[in-house]
Design a protein around this ligand. Structure first.
Ligand code: C2E
Ligand code: MG
Ligand code: MG
Length: 688
C-alpha cells in the first residue's frame, strides 16, 4: 500500500494535529546558537565580576593603608605636638634647660611630618584633595617657626638660669596668644585628618556596596540568562519527545488505516507471550483475510479499496477489547491479538462478530459492496511455543478457512497440522516425481451435444506415485502451484499435449482439438507467449487445434494484464476457454473485454440439473448470455442422462463428463475414438 502524503493527511493527521513532524534542524541550530551566546555572555560577565572584585580588593587594600597612614601620621603629629608643648611647659615649670633638646627634636619631627602633609597628592587620593583645603600644614610650620624664635629665647634664658625672664616671656600675652592660635590650627589639622580617614573609609564602603550590587546584578543576570536557556532547551526536549513519540507512532502504525502495523504486531506479540508466561493466561492470534479483495480493487478502483480497508480497520477496532491489538499486517490481511484468553470460546465469539460485520453489503461512494472474510485462529501456549510458531499456525488455520470456501473461521488443530505436514511431504514428492517421470496425461473428450461430434479433448494431468498410487489432480495441483513446480510441470503438459495432438492427427484420427489447463502462475510469466509459440512450432500443431483453459479466478486476478496476453495468444491461433465458470466473482458482461471462444460451466451448476431450479435458471442465463457474446458453452461434469437432456434442450453447445466419456490414457482414447466414430452411437443418441 502506498504511503502518500495524501493518505497520511487522511489518516494520521487527525491523531497528531497540524504541526506534526516538522524538521527541527533549524530549531536545534537556534538552540546551539543560544547556548553559545549564553556561554560567551556568562564568561564575559564572570571575567568582569572577577576583575571588578579584584580591583575592589586592591582599592580596599590601598584605602585601608591610606587610612592607617593618615591615622598614624595624625598620631605622630599629636605625639610630637604634645612632646613639644610638654617640653616647653616642663622646662618653664622646672627651670631645667635640658628640656631644650626634647623640645628641639619634637619640633623638628613635627615640622618634618607637617612637611609630609604639604605634598597632599602623595598621601591622599586626588578626589579627596579638594576636601583637604582645611589642612594648611605650611601655615602651621610658619606658626611653629614663629613661635620657635620666642621659645629659643625662653631656653636661652633658662640656660643662663634666668627662669624669671624665661617665665615672663612664656607668660607673655602675645606668646600665649600665638600658642593658642597654633593649638587651634593644630586641632583643626587633626580634625581634618580624622575626617580624611573617615572619608576614605566611607568611600570604601560606597565602593564595596557598588561592587556588591554589580556582582549581585551580574549573578541575577546570569541566573536569568541560564533559566532562559534552560527553558529553550526544555522546550526543545519536549518537542523532541513529542517528535520521537510521533516517529515511534508512525513506525508502528499503518499509514492508511491508522491501526498498528507489523512492527507493533511484533512488539505486542512478544509482550503478550511474556505476559502469558507470567500469568498463565492464553493469547489468541486471529488472522483475518478479506476474500477476493483484489476483485474489489479491480472492479471499483483503489480509492474504494482503500476506503474499505479503513472501514474494516475501524470496525475491528470497535469490536476489540481494550487489551486486544488490531493490526494491519499488509495488503488485505489483518490480525487481532487477543490477550488474557480464557478459552477458545472468547476467540470464536469475536470471530463470529467479525464475520457478521460483513453480513450486509457496505456502501462506498454509492457502490454497494458485499465482501466476506476468512479467519484463522491459533492460541498460545496450546498451539505454539513461541511467536513465530503461533503466527505460522494461525496462518495454517487461515489457509484452511479459505480452503473450506472462505467466509468462515477455523481454529488451528491437529488435522490442519498433519495436512500441512502432508503438503510439505507432497512438495518433496512432486519434485521427485518430476525427475522420475511419474506424470502422465489423460484425455477426456468434449462432445458437441447436438451433432455428437468429438470436437476436443481436455488434457488432465495424472500422477502415479510409486507408493501411494494415483494421486488426483485436485490434490496435487494446488501444492504444485504453491511451490511453483507447476511452471516446469505445466510446460511439460503443454509440450506433451501438442505432440500428442500432432501424433493422433498423423495416425489418421480425426483432427481433434486439444485443450490444456494453464495455471494462474503460468500466466504471470513474462515469457509465456514465447514459450507457447516455441512449443507450437516445435510440435507442429496446426493453428486452431490448441485450446488453453484458464480458470475464472485467474481471469479476475489478472484482469488488466490478461486481456493483452489473451489477444496475443489468439493471434498465435490458440483458442481460449474459461474454466470452472460461475464459481468466481466475474460477470458475463466482464467477459466482453476478452477474446474468449468457450465458456466451461462449472460442475457445481450441472450436478443438480434439472432438479435445482436455481441452477436451471443460472445455467440457462449463462448459455443465453454467452451466445449473445458469440461464445460457445461447454457444460462440465455431465454424469447423468437427464442432465444431458436438459443441456441439449437449453441449447448448450458442448458437453464433458463421465456420462459421455471419462478421462483416458492416450491409447485408450485412440481406441475409444475409433470405436465411437465407427459406431457413431453415443449416449447422446440414446436420449433423443
Ligand atoms: P478442470 O480443468 O475443471 O478439469 C475437469 C475435472 O473434472 C477433471 O478432474 C476431470 O477428471 C473431472 N471430471 C470430468 N468429468 C467429470 C464428471 O462427470 N464428474 C466429476 N465429478 N468429475 C469430472 P481432475 O483431472 O482431477 O482435475 C481437476 C482439476 O485439476 C482440473 O479441473 C484442473 O483445474 C486441474 N488440472 C488438471 N490437469 C491440469 C494441468 O495439466 N494443469 C493445470 N494447471 N491444472 C490441471
Ligand atoms: Mg479444465
Ligand atoms: Mg473445470
Amino acid at each position: 500500500m502506498l504511503f502518500t502524503a495524501d493518505l497520511y493527511s487522511k489518516s494520521l493527521k487527525p491523531i497528531f494535529g497540524e504541526n506534526t513532524i516538522k524538521p527541527t534542524a533549524a530549531y536545534k541550530n537556534n538552540i546551539e546558537w543560544s547556548v553559545k551566546v549564553a556561554v560567551s555572555i556568562s564568561l564575559l560577565v564572570i571575567v568582569a565580576g572577577i576583575w571588578s572584585t579584584y580591583t575592589t580588593s586592591k582599592i580596599t587594600q590601598s584605602k585601608i593603608d591610606q587610612s592607617l597612614k593618615i591615622e598614624q601620621l595624625s598620631q605622630q603629629l599629636t605625639n610630637h605636638y604634645q612632646g613639644l608643648s610638654n617640653a616647653l611647659t616642663l622646662a618653664i615649670n622646672s627651670g631645667d634647660k635640658h628640656w631644650k633638646n626634647s623640645h628641639q627634636s619634637h619640633r623638628m619631627m613635627l615640622i618634618e611630618k607637617l612637611k609630609m602633609l604639604t605634598d597632599k597628592s602623595q598621601l591622599f587620593d586626588s578626589h579627596l584633595i579638594n576636601g583637604l583645603s582645611k589642612i594648611d600644614p605650611a601655615g602651621l610650620i610658619a606658626s611653629l617657626n614663629n613661635a620657635a624664635k620666642t621659645e629659643v629665647t625662653i631656653f636661652n634664658h633658662l640656660e643662663r638660669q634666668q627662669a624669671d625672664k624665661a617665665f615672663a616671656i612664656y607668660r607673655d600675652f602675645e606668646f600665649q596668644q600665638q600658642k593658642l592660635t597654633q593649638q587651634q590650627a593644630f586641632n583643626e589639622l587633626q580634625a581634618a585628618l580624622k575626617q580624611q580617614a573617615t572619608d576614605i573609609i566611607n568611600s570604601l564602603q560606597l565602593r564595596l556596596i557598588k561592587t556588591t550590587a554589580l556582582l549581585s546584578l551580574q549573578i541575577i543576570g546570569l541566573i536569568a540568562l541560564w533559566l532562559y536557556v534552560r527553558r529553550i532547551i526544555r522546550r526543545w526536549h519536549d518537542k523532541q519527545k513529542i517528535r520521537s513519540t510521533e516517529l515511534l507512532y508512525l513506525a508502528q502504525h499503518d499509514a492508511l488505516t491508522g491501526i498498528g502495523n507489523r512492527a507493533l504486531f511484533e512488539l505486542r506479540m512478544a509482550d503478550g507471550i511474556k505476559q502469558s508466561r507470567r500469568n498463565a493466561n492464553g493469547i489468541g492470534l486471529m488472522l483475518i483475510d478479506i476474500d477476493h479483495f483484489k476483485t474489489v480493487n479491480d472492479q471499483y478502483g483503489h480509492a474504494i479499496g482503500d476506503q474499505l480497508l479503513i472501514k474494516i480497520a475501524s470496525e475491528l477496532e470497535l469490536l476489540s477489547r481494550e487489551s486486544d491489538t488490531v493490526i494491519r499486517l499488509g495488503g488485505d490481511e489483518f490480525a487481532m491479538i487477543l490477550t488474557n484468553l480464557e478459552s477458545q470460546y472468547n476467540a470464536s465469539t469475536i470471530s463470529k462478530k467479525v464475520l457478521s460485520l460483513f453480513d450486509e453489503p457496505m456502501l462506498f461512494d454509492s457502490h454497494k459492496i458485499k465482501i466476506s472474510v476468512s479467519i484463522g485462529i491459533a492460541s498460545f501456549p496450546d498451539d505454539a511455543e513461541d511467536h513465530d510458531e503461533l503466527l505460522r499456525k494461525a496462518d495454517m488455520a487461515l489457509y484452511e478457512a479459505k480452503r473450506k470456501g472462505r467466509n468462515n473461521f477455523q481454529f488451528f488443530n491437529a488435522a490442519i497440522d498433519s495436512a500441512a505436514k502432508q503438503k510439505i511431504d507432497m512438495q518433496d514428492d512432486l519434485l521427485d516425481a518430476l525427475k522420475k517421470d511419474q506424470f502422465s496425461l489423460h484425455y477426456q473428450p468434449i462432445i458437441d451435444i447436438r451433432t455428437e461430434q468429438v470436437i476436443s479433448v481436455e488434457t488432465l494431468l495424472r500422477w502415479q506415485h510409486p507408493k501411494k498410487g494415483d494421486i488426483p489432480a485436485s490434490e496435487f495441483i494446488a501444492v504444485a502451484e504453491e511451490s511453483r513446480l507447476i511452471l516446469p510441470l505445466g510446460q511439460w503438459v503443454l509440450k506433451q499435449a501438442c505432440q500428442q495432438q500432432v501424433q493422433w492427427q498423423q495416425q489418421g484420427l480425426s483432427a481433434v482439438n486439444i485443450a490444456v489447463n494453464l495455471s494462474a502462475l503460468q500466466f504471470h510469466q513474462a515469457h509465456l507467449l514465447e514459450a507457447v509459440e516455441k512449443i507450437m512450432n516445435e510440435s507442429g500443431i496446426q493453428h486452431g487445434k490448441l485450446t488453453i483453459e484458464i480458470t475464472e479466478s485467474t481471469l479476475m486476478e489478472q484482469a488488466d494484464s490478461l486481456a493483452v496476453k489473451l489477444h496475443a495468444l489468439r493471434s498465435l491461433g490458440v483458442n481460449i476457454a474459461i474454466d470452472d465458470f460461475g464459481t468466481g466473482y466475474s460477470s458475463l458482461s466482464h467477459l466482453k473485454r476478452f477474446p474468449i471462444n468457450h465458456l466451461k460451466v462449472d460442475r457445481e451448476f450441472t450436478q443438480q440439473l434439472p432438479s435445482n431450479l436455481r441452477d436451471v435458471a443460472i445455467t440457462r442465463s449463462m448459455i443465453k448470455m454467452a451466445h449473445e457474446l458469440g461464445i460457445t458453452v461447454i457444460a462440465e461434469g455431465i454424469e447423468q442422462q437427464d442432465q444431458l437432456k436438459f443441456l441439449v434442450d437449453a441449447n448448450c453447445d458442448f458437453g464433458q463428463g463421465y456420462f459421455l466419456a471419462e478421462p483416458m490414457a492416450s491409447n485408450e482414447f485412440k481406441q475409444w475414438l475409433r470405436h465411437y466414430q465407427q459406431q457413431n452411437t453415443s449416449n447422446i443418441h440414446s436420449i433423443r
